[in-house]
Design a protein around this ligand. Structure first.
Ligand SMILES: Cc1cc2nc3c(=O)[nH]c(=O)nc-3n(C[C@H](O)[C@H](O)[C@H](O)COP(=O)(O)OP(=O)(O)OC[C@H]3O[C@@H](n4cnc5c(N)ncnc54)[C@H](O)[C@@H]3O)c2cc1C
Length: 409
């Protein structure tokens, strides 16, 4: 097959990789995405993502208007900015408001369901995204980059974008880059379907806002409602007949953070626990908390629950300016506390689209364009990382600040 202009290969069809592919497609640049998941709705992705003003701008820069409307139509209805924090008895602690220039714009994309976002990001570029294709190696050649896939095939392009997430294999093979550091926090994520029973049990303070409950024992729980403006299949049916969008009901995303050294169990054991056992552990650690928060934990969907170790790339550093280009978590993993990891990946996608489109048109040298992209990325990704770390320390104080309050189990 003849492939004119710049040939861009992308490892990873997650948030950043798909947004980049949309941007490149719109700019007329040839792109192919290799994604390890066998389908767009892979396991453990059904959680809510906050979209910042910068993230929304990047989406609008990369995507055709019709795709933006799919995302806006399925976004969360909530328009408030900020969060409310309580102690474990639900006494108010503080309620910071975050600046949001979008204010109460009814079309703003405040937060989205990750699987629904991924469905929308795939719309119209299905022909260039290959699912079930894992990148297992790559080699820089005089003519560009060759990637090796798990099925034994090879593919060659001019550049390879490493959009393969926090566990990036491409980053691992890139000499001189440190791995992402363990922050010593383990997080259990889950989704609690917003059934009438759950709505009756949840304390009214927590019902329709982004809330933190910070225990005097240092454990921390976040609860975030995801209420779809309209059911995703209805929006797809109206805006994009024939587009598959999985049905999804409203839910609370629930996040429970613990200090690893107070967990009393190894990571191996934690990561092997079933969804039901994870929430049993949370219920055990929140004995004595207000029933209006504790009682709904038993309604978490076990199939959508998982535990992760929080990691961070600190400092964020540029890679070399060769044809292997980092994007998203592969370049800058950060804890989800700031709600900005995906937004930073979207900013990367927009900035890299501009850089590579200039190269494709013959206006720029590849090494210069990649250097400029990485210099900008290191600046805003460092800010995002520092914000995430500050919020993490603030909401989950170190165990030393609660010396008596962390019984070892
Ligand atoms: C529970 C939770 C809540 C979060 N909340 C927020 C939030 O509110 N706001 C926010 O901005 N961020 C949030 N984040 C962070 C956000 O999800 C990530 O920062 C974002 O997904 C990064 O995008 P990415 O494209 O770099 O990586 P990913 O979205 O992780 O995509 C990487 C893709 O690469 C694929 N892949 C991996 N290896 C290979 C391989 N070898 N070959 C081919 N494909 C491969 C993976 O299957 C995956 O699809 C949250 C994270 C979690 C876990």
């Amino acid at each position: 097959m003849s492939w004119p202009g710049l040939r861009v290969l992308v490892a990873g069809g997650g948030i950043g990789g798909l947004c980049l592919a949309q941007g490149l497609r719109a700019a007329g640049v040839s792109v192919r995405v290799f994604e390890r998941d066998t389908s767009v709705a892979g396991r453990n992705q059904g959680y809510r993502l906050h979209i910042s003003p910068e993230g929304e701008r990047a989406l609008r820069e990369c995507l055709p208007e019709r795709v933006v409307r799919l995302i806006s139509g399925t976004a969360n209805v909530r328009h408030g900015a900020g969060l409310s924090a309580y102690d474990e008895h639900l006494s108010p602690r503080w309620a910071p408001a975050f600046e949001d220039p979008r204010a109460a714009d009814p079309q703003k994309i405040d937060s989205v369901d990750r699987v629904t976002l991924r469905h929308a990001l795939l719309a119209g570029i299905e022909d260039v995204v290959q699912f079930g294709r894992t990148v297992v190696g790559h080699e820089v050649t005089p003519g560009g980059v060759t990637v090796r896939l798990a099925d034994g095939a090879t593919e060659t392009g001019d550049v390879l974008v490493a959009a393969d997430g926090a566990g990036s294999r491409i980053r691992e093979r890139h000499p001189g880059l440190a791995s992402h550091a363990d922050l010593g926090i383990r997080t259990i994520f889950g989704r609690i379907p917003m059934t009438p029973r759950v709505q009756a049990l949840v304390s009214p303070e927590l019902r329709d806002r982004f809330s933190y409950v910070i225990g005097s024992d240092g454990h921390h729980l976040g609860l975030m409602p995801m209420v779809f403006r309209e059911p995703p299949p209805v929006v797809a049916g109206r805006l994009w007949p024939g587009l598959a969008m999985a049905p999804a009901g409203d839910y609370y995303m629930c996040v429970f953070n613990l200090h690893a050294d107070r967990l009393g169990t190894s990571d191996d054991e934690l990561f092997r626990l079933s969804g039901t056992d994870l929430w049993r552990l949370v219920t055990d650690r929140t004995a004595g908390w207000h029933p209006g928060v504790r009682e709904i934990l038993g309604y978490a969907d076990p199939a959508a629950s998982f535990a992760v170790a929080l990691r961070a790339t600190d400092p964020v550093v540029p890679w070399d300016t060769g044809p292997v280009i980092p994007l998203g978590d592969a370049a800058h993993t950060m804890p989800p506390s700031g709600g900005v990891g995906a937004n930073t990946a979207l900013r990367d996608a927009s900035a890299l689209t501009t850089a590579l489109a200039g190269v494709d048109r013959g206006e720029r040298d590849l090494a210069d364009a990649v250097a400029d992209y990485q210099a900008a990325m290191v600046g805003y990704a460092t800010d995002a990382l520092q914000l995430s770390l500050r919020i993490l320390r603030w909401s989950i104080p170190s165990p030393d600040e609660h010396p008596a309050a962390h019984p070892r189990r």
